[in-house]
Ligand binder design. Structure first.
Ligand SMILES: Cc1ncc(COP(=O)(O)O)c(C=O)c1O
Length: 375
């Protein structure tokens, strides 16, 4: 049987009636931009994360850019972020006007290297921007230790980590601000683009609301140089229907990952290893990447083609680390500068992962990988 990379139709089928009614209610209400549906979802999502304020944005990238700006980050300040992330993290920093400082990742988890982060911190550091990549949080206690008494903003990119937990903390609740994406395939996704900025600070929330709305704290009065980036009412209504199911869906992802871990364990000697889970049940597995060490019989790309020929869809997250992207050459980083990020870009392969994926599908994927790895 063909196995998709994600299966949104399967996810939505049991709640389709509820979603249809929520959309119909917005259509009847007529407030398509800003209004009750958005406010209600912002409250519900902020409460779920245990944070005072949620500000819905047009996408996660804007939630990073405008969120950083709302926290006072801008020109003249440095923001430290990992090279191993989706490029949107970097875009957010650049759009805020700050100077991005990249660091390598831990090769076992793919997450930001905190020793390098500590070493990169200096007088110009305005913020550190850990990315809870693949659904796993960067260690909260270590992050809080890094910023304690330093006057440095802690901003989480939680675009892949809705309701993830580690060391008793929930993603988005650690520091000064956090950004989430509601791109359709995210753990909590809408029917189009969407994002949200979370913050504990009243003033940053008010500024973010202004920035997303042309910089106007009240109509036609532009106190800030803002833009237009609101989470649509229809998206907010759909997300509000899906939010109560999120924890269960995340548990299903975590259980599927445990099954993959067990099925793939015999392939470790053949060079196939999952990324390491250091947060147990708190890892929400937005993605399930395996590391494929190349040998004379196969490498990541050959394994991907073999799976594709059997109808098994996979992904690569991400094929080019941020510091090697042509648009950001002027940052001055070179090949070989972040060896772990570069190795993972060549070796990671993300396997099918979605709530409701069956054991039969997981077994089929593992068998197909074993056939290549064991020859
Ligand atoms: C780690 C990370 N950061 C930021 C984003 C940006 O979110 P969006 O696509 O909603 O702009 C994404 C998702 O695309 C992401 O995966």
């Amino acid at each position: 049987m063909a196995i998709p990379f994600v299966d949104l139709a399967l996810l939505h089928a049991p709640i389709q009636g509820e979603i249809d009614r929520a959309i119909a209610a917005v259509l009847a209400d007529g407030q398509y931009v800003l209004g009750g549906a958005l406010t209600a979802f912002e409250r519900a999502f902020a409460d779920a994360c245990g944070v005072a304020h949620g500000v819905g944005m047009g996408c996660g990238t804007d939630a990073i850019a405008l969120g950083l700006q709302a926290l006072g980050i801008g020109p003249g300040q440095e923001v430290i972020l990992p090279a191993n992330t989706f490029v949107a993290t970097l875009i957010g920093v650049v759009r805020a006007g700050a100077t991005p400082i990249l660091v390598d990742c831990d090769p076992e988890t793919g997450l930001m290297d905190l020793d390098q982060t500590a070493a990169a911190m200096g007088d110009r550091t305005g913020a550190i921007l850990p990315v809870h990549l693949y659904g796993q949080m960067v260690s909260p206690t270590a992050l809080l230790d890094l910023v304690r008494d330093r006057g440095v903003i802690l901003f989480e990119d939680a675009a892949q980590a809705h309701l993830a937990e580690r060391e008793g903390y929930r993603a988005g609740s650690l520091g000064d601000g956090a950004a989430f994406s509601f791109f359709p395939s995210k753990n909590l996704g809408g029917f189009g683009d969407g994002g949200l900025f979370l913050t504990r600070h009243d003033s940053a929330a008010a500024t973010a609301r202004s920035l997303r709305n042309y910089g106007a704290p009240r109509k036609y009065y532009h106190a800030d140089r803002g833009t237009n980036s609101r989470l649509d009412s229809i998206q907010a209504a759909v997300l509000a229907v899906k939010l109560p199911h999120l924890q269960h869906w995340n548990q299903q992802r975590n259980a599927a990952a445990a099954t993959y871990d067990r099925l793939l364990a015999p392939l470790a000697d053949a060079g196939i290893t999952p990324l390491v889970n250091r947060s147990g049940g708190g890892h929400v597995y937005h993605l399930y990447p395996i590391r494929v060490r190349p040998c004379d019989r196969f490498d990541r790309d050959r394994l991907q083609s073999a799976l594709e020929s059997q109808g098994i869809a996979t992904g690569i997250h991400y094929p080019i680390p941020c510091h090697r992207q042509p648009a950001y050459e002027d940052l001055g980083y070179g090949a070989g500068q972040f060896p772990h990020s570069e190795a993972l870009a060549e070796q990671l392969l993300s396997l099918p992962m979605y709530p409701g994926i069956t054991d039969a599908a997981l077994e089929q994927v593992a068998r197909a990988i074993a056939a290549v790895a064991l020859g």
